[in-house]
Design a protein around this ligand. Structure first.
Ligand code: ZN
Length: 244
């Protein structure tokens, strides 16, 4: 059983299409939120995800676009882009997002949170201390997180020692040890921030018991062109080609 883990698409349709093509046939897609915001194609990304993702949660940008969290909590560029995304959004996609929680458990082994178990909407889980505190906030072995747009893994060994965070840059499979617990971030589909502009995703292989990180090239210029046409902020357009 193969499950694709994707996050932070941010209305970047070209990136999402490239990722879906690279993923190919899998048994399920779990989407960790921020499907919209920043980019030029909120409705297309929502439609594709509602069709293809078995599980979806909401991120802070999704919630801001539909007015469920204040736009004032964002910097100017993000605020402008979220407000634009919200205005484009079909009522049906809006209603769908309104019903999504920012975290949810899958089963006894896996759970999902956009930011972190402690604060699923806002916390950027990037440090060892944060990981240590957050391991006490969920019961499953593995929590998949998004939000920081950085592909990474943090492990807690049976003796309580924390390994990582380690940047997950290559596609060497990470074995999931039975008595370890994990935070795993697949990275961002639509706006990577680890100095690599290529779209990121991860594959969970339940038979091999591994997670593998992948990067895919996509037509950045197409997304940038559409952003310019929509009048979205210049810095948001420029950052895509740098992966920042
Ligand atoms: Zn995001």
């Amino acid at each position: 059983m193969q499950i694709a883990i994707i996050s932070d698409i941010h209305s970047n349709l070209a990136a999402l299409e490239a990722v879906l093509e690279a993923i190919g046939k899998v048994d399920a897609i779990w989407n960790l939120g921020d499907t919209i915001g920043y980019g030029p194609h909120p409705n297309e990304c929502m439609a594709l995800m509602r069709q293809q993702a078995q599980v979806m949660i909401a991120g802070n940008h999704d919630l801001a676009c539909i007015g469920a969290v204040p736009l004032d909590d964002f910097n100017t560029d993000a605020r402008i882009a979220n407000s634009w995304n919200g205005k484009q959004l079909d009522p049906d996609h809006r209603a769908f997002l309104e019903a999504l929680p920012p975290s949810r458990s899958i089963d006894e082994r896996f759970t999902l949170a956009h930011g972190s178990p402690r604060d699923p909407v806002w916390e950027y889980l990037l440090s060892r201390d944060q990981a240590e505190q957050n391991f006490d906030m969920f019961l499953q072995q593995v929590c998949f997180i998004g939000h920081s747009h950085v592909p990474l893994v943090v492990a807690r060994r049976p003796d309580g020692r924390i390994e990582g965070p380690v940047h997950a840059g290559d596609s060497k499979p990470l074995p999931l040890h039975r008595h370890y617990r994990y935070f795993i971030n697949p990275g961002s589909v639509g706006q990577p921030r680890d100095q690599d502009w290529r779209a990121a995703y991860a594959l969970l292989d339940l038979a091999a018991n591994t997670v593998t990180w992948h990067r895919v090239e996509y037509d950045v210029a197409a997304t940038q062109r559409d952003m310019e046409q929509a009048g979205l902020p210049r810095l948001l357009v420029a950052r895509l080609e740098h992966g920042i």
